[in-house]
Design a protein around this ligand. Structure first.
Ligand SMILES: Cc1ncc(C[n+]2csc(CCOP(=O)(O)OP(=O)(O)O)c2C)c(N)n1
Ligand SMILES: [Mg+2]
Length: 1011
């Protein structure tokens, strides 16, 4: 199918790509991008959710389509094709969702024209136009029926078939025999695979002419020539895995591009000199640091210098193909080299880091130099500008991957880059980490999901065939370290890093592939590591054989110079000039750094989008007015509770959600948790604030309280209540996520970095599972401001509370979050009323203070009869960090004052009412961090000096907020006021597995407060 808009955006991409640029190898490739199915699907998904979310051209295009022409949605489960029990609907019959748009449908079987039915999977292919088949050229037009079965013909057919089998074997398995390892130590399978004998072709005269079938190139060719081309293409210094690609166009495109050229790139002398210059930059930079800062850790790239020309070509070619912005995630290896030689960072800043001569400058803050991020606008050779961002990362290998993807997605969303061609994610991995770390698989799994796709990531593996001191035999069960990407069936180019021109060919193909087919692609750069893991490490203790081979090696640059001299492209003198020039530049820069100083790399985080926002101390930033007028709340409720004519809600949704909310509208009373939360989102959306909420089952809500998206009772078609508030409401994304914590949370944190003006939320299924994402919490969320001056307003909703559901469904590990709190780095709240949630979520956006917000979300309070608010509390109230006791309880009569947080409050309140124990005071600490000392002091002031002050929590003594309170409260309250704790006894696991025991424990706990 085609769309007017799809072809427009292609021509935009072609506009820049069509000018033959520096690395344009095949300007023709840009002439037939084909219809961007991903873009069409994405626009379609937006349109069905809210027709106004797409621009006019798309709107009228989709409106013009009959349902049978609706795009197939490849991402399972997001949206289904239009059907009813009786079959396909036409647009005229198509029920509307109230805003004039058809709404999505749930999976069903489809009635076909012939009366048969097919299920979902088959339906997609039914609704798509059939794939055009290229008719094969008749071989001999005059023979239309059959050939005489002569023995010669049969023998010839047999030989032709054998050759086809051999051609196919090269395509599928040629990479196994390729010359990939510069050290020559890489073990290959026994060498008989492609021996002609095996294919029954040994006795054939090599000059016999064969038909080449679907092999790109001449239609007829001698056996000798076919074999030479196959070897060149598939078993030289590039080994490619691509035959499993599901997209036949992509497979054929790659095959043709490789076979036509023998997988060689046609480089001008100018391009070859550029490659050499980049290799020289890479090598000389490392050698310079090695001599000037002997023994200092830099994680040298030596042995893998080809990464630098590779990234240079990637940047140039991507720019020619319409990429305007790249976000890069990479680890330690070669990072400084990339910063200087690809990102054009002033090398003086690196030298300043090595000088590190002012011990007082970064006490308690900052990060090591090979973790720092950086961004710049690079002018490319083709005259375009490329904004390049290197993401900050922790030592924890690979965890930056989802963060980079989230950042890219946010940039794409902000730019309206719907075809995802102008912002490119680039992830650079180590061989051991890539296959070893689970977060890699989680991130790969995000790549084709509507909520997370970024149009394809280019992965580069600096495969130095070792991880610290560990050999591949001990670090993976797979043949290649890239085999984890087989889950996506994306192309993988293994390339010998000592052949920079093969590297150039592979990276050119990979870049074009990403821009053309919008999918992930992998470059596995086989290389070696000249030194130990770092420069102070002796690798010969553990890898003597490998290092013997390494010691004998010329550098990659020298090997390439030999090649250029041999082919008459360069003289030794010219090569030396390039080297000397680079050395002199570095000498001058070092001298300047030492003389003039002041080149420290200070992360510049508060520029651009961030200028209006603040980090730092809580007290320095005023509170926001979070009120929202009652008539507008009623209007929002009206929208939330209405639905289109075609929609029939499930009776229980109608009764317990919609009718209940209508009642709130009428009475202004009974705002429950789900209603307040929906209203918080709605109030922001109608005021133009983008909102994004992902997590497992968030559309409905794990505890069935949200129902932001509801489903037609019979067809299952989806209706997004929050998507139909007003014509000009801001964009909403609410997506059920995959069953992932670390990948998804990393992604959302990345998304929040580039969306300071949006409400970005992630919800855990139960808070208990949040520890699967602990690295993201420790290394990014809690510490990024301190280490990198990076702020985030991410909200984490973590269901928490002791409710008899067992050890793994009770605790979001509040204690761990509190342990991480320092320097006002984040906010931790445990709320008791829907109004509090409403104001807290609104505050998160309306206050310019950007800090992660950790919410201990309730479970039973979602439906607790007392945990309700009024519309007036939403309209007129504000967020209360601490909620004082009922004014009816006279402070001077209180003998015991219970400080608590979260749902235990209601247990205490009910007991107090039952026992009329008005000598027990109850104060709710709603915001545990930052804790405002003055507020707490003011609240406690009216109570008697000798009041029995207790911290009451339902969590075991060694969990919950007690350790935190015990450490913080004495200072706030003054040391003379004793403080004790009433809690469950200490416990190694958060909760009992028995519901009955839970109840008993809870009763005893409350007894203790009231005894
Ligand atoms: C999650 C994690 N585990 C362990 C480490 C410690 N570590 C640092 S580098 C390294 C080896 C990495 O090998 P590889 O991924 O091949 O990268 P290379 O150093 O070879 O470039 C290890 C184990 C780490 N940084 N992160
Ligand atoms: Mg390695």
């Amino acid at each position: 199918m085609t769309s007017p808009r799809a072809s427009t955006s292609q021509s935009n991409a072609l506009g820049s790509a069509g000018n033959r640029g520096y690395w344009s190898h095949d300007s023709e490739m840009t002439a037939d991008f084909g219809v961007n199915q991903g873009l069409v699907e994405e626009q379609f998904l937006k349109w069905v959710d809210n027709p106004l979310a797409v621009d006019e051209a798309w709107r009228s295009y989709f409106e013009s389509l009959a349902p049978t022409e609706w795009p197939q949605i490849s991402s399972a489960g997001t949206i289904m094709a239009p059907i009813t029990a009786t079959g396909l609907l036409s647009p005229a019959q198509e029920p509307s969702d109230g805003n004039g748009s058809p709404a999505p449908l749930a999976p069903r079987s489809v009635t076909l024209v012939d009366g048969s039915t097919v299920d979902d999977g088959a339906r997609n292919s039914v609704l798509l136009p059939p794939t055009a088949e290229t008719p094969l050229e008749p071989i001999l037009t005059e023979l239309r029926t059959s050939f005489p079965p002569s023995s010669e013909l049969l023998a010839a057919n047999e030989l032709q078939a054998r050759l086809s089998a051999l051609i196919n074997a090269y395509r599928v398995r040629g990479h196994l025999y390729a010359d990939l390892d510069p050290l020559g130590l890489h073990r290959k399978p026994p060498k008989d695979e492609f021996v002609l004998k095996r294919y029954g072709l040994a006795h054939v005269d090599p000059d016999t002419i064969f038909a080449t079938g679907n092999m790109a190139g001449p239609p007829n060719e001698s056996l000798r020539s076919v074999l030479a081309r196959l070897k060149d293409t598939y078993s030289r210094t590039i080994g490619v895995e691509f035959t499993f690609l599901e997209n036949q166009d992509a497979r054929d495109w790659l095959r043709d591009r490789m076979e036509l050229t023998g997988n060689h790139i046609d480089l001008s002398r100018e391009q070859q000199v550029r490659i050499l210059t980049k290799l020289t930059d890479a090598e000389i930079f490392e050698q310079f640091l090695h001599t000037k800062y002997t023994g200092a850790k830099r994680f040298s790239l030596e042995g893998g210098e080809s990464v630098i020309p590779m990234l240079d070509i990637l940047t140039e070619r991507a720019s020619e193909l319409g990429v305007e912005e790249m976000v890069i995630g990479m680890a330690h290896r070669g990072r400084l080299n990339v910063m200087v030689n690809i990102m054009e960072m002033n090398v003086r800043q690196i030298f300043a880091g090595f000088e590190d001569d002012d011990p007082e400058k970064y006490v308690g803050t900052g990060d090591v130099k090979y973790h720092l991020g950086y961004s710049l606008d690079r002018k490319t050779a083709s005259g375009n500008s490329m904004h390049m961002t290197l993401a900050f990362n922790p030592s924890h290998l690979e965890f930056v991957n989802p963060v980079v993807e989230g950042r890219v997605r946010a940039k794409q969303d902000r730019k309206g880059d719907d075809n995802r061609l102008s912002v490119l994610p680039l992830l650079i991995h180590g061989d051991a980490a890539f296959v070893g770390q689970g977060v890699v698989a989680e991130t790969l799994n995000l790549s084709r999901l509507p909520a997370y796709e970024t149009g394809g990531t280019i992965h580069v593996v600096i495969n130095n065939q070792i991880g610290f001191t560990t050999n591949p035999e001990d670090s993976r069960s797979t043949s290649y370290c890239t085999d984890i990407t087989r889950m996506l069936r994306c192309p993988v180019f293994h390339v010998n890093g000592e052949d920079p021109e093969a590297v150039a060919q592979a990276v050119t193909l990979a870049t074009e592939y990403r821009q053309r087919f919008h999918g992930d692609v992998v470059l596995d750069l086989f290389c070696y590591r000249k030194y130990g893991h770092n420069e102070g490490d002796e690798p010969r203790f553990t890898q003597p054989e490998m290092y013997e081979a390494i010691d004998r090696k010329k550098t990659v640059r020298e090997v390439y110079i030999d090649h250029l001299i041999k082919t008459g492209k360069l003289t030794t003198q010219q090569a030396d000039e390039i080297k000397v020039q680079r050395q002199q530049e570095l000498e001058r820069a070092l001298e300047d750094t030492r003389k003039n100083g002041n080149y420290d790399l200070i992360p510049a985080s508060m520029l651009g989008l961030w200028t209006e926002f603040r980090g730092g101390s809580d007290l320095d930033v005023p509170d926001a007015d979070t009120r929202f007028p009652r008539p507008r709340l009623i209007d929002a409720l009206g929208k939330l509770t209405s639905y289109p004519d075609w929609f029939t809600p499930h009776p229980r949704i109608r009764r317990f959600v919609l009718e209940k909310q209508v009642k709130v509208m009428e009475t202004g009373e009974g705002v429950d948790w789900g209603t307040a939360e929906n209203l918080a989102f709605a109030s922001l959306l109608v005021d133009g604030v983008r909102c994004r909420l992902t997590g497992q089952d968030v559309r409905r809500g794990t505890f069935s309280h949200r129902h932001a998206v509801i489903f037609d009772e019979t067809s299952g078609r989806r209706y997004t209540r929050l998507g139909h508030l007003s014509a000009d409401q801001a964009h909403l994304e609410i997506h059920d996520s995959p069953l992932s914590e670390v990948g998804v949370l990393g992604f959302e944190w990345g998304y929040s970095l580039d969306s300071p003006d949006a409400l970005v939320c992630w919800e855990a299924q139960f808070g208990d599972f949040v520890n699967v994402a602990q690295v993201i919490i420790d290394q990014f969320i809690s510490s990024s401001e301190d280490k990198w001056q990076r702020l985030s307003g991410l909200v984490m909703l973590l269901p928490h509370g002791m409710e008899g559901q067992g050890p793994e469904h009770s605790s979001a590990r509040l204690e761990r979050f509190l342990l991480l709190c320092a320097e006002d780095n984040m906010q931790v709240v445990n709320l008791t009323t829907p109004a509090q949630l409403f104001h807290c979520l609104r505050r998160q956006v309306l206050r310019p203070w950007r800090k992660p917000l950790i919410v201990m979300s309730p479970k039973s309070l979602l439906r607790h009869r007392r945990a309700v608010s009024t519309l007036d509390e939403l309209a007129e109230g504000s967020f209360q960090r601490i909620i004082p006791d009922d004014p009816a309880v006279e402070p001077s009569k209180v003998r015991r004052l219970a400080l608590c947080t979260g749902k235990i409050y209601y247990d205490l309140l009910e007991r107090r009412e039952q026992t009329k124990a008005d000598d027990i005071g109850i104060i709710r600490v709603e915001q545990l961090y930052p804790l405002r000392a003055s507020e707490l002091q003011a609240l406690l002031a009216p109570y008697p000096k000798d009041v029995d002050l207790v911290w009451v929590q339902e969590e075991p003594w060694n969990m919950g907020a007690w350790y935190f309170m015990r450490a913080r409260l004495p200072e706030i309250l003054g040391s003379e006021q004793p403080l004790r704790c009433i809690a469950r006894p200490e416990s190694a696991s958060p909760a009992t597995g028995s519901g009955a025991s839970h109840k008993l424990e809870q009763r005893l706990l409350v007894d203790e407060v009231f005894h």
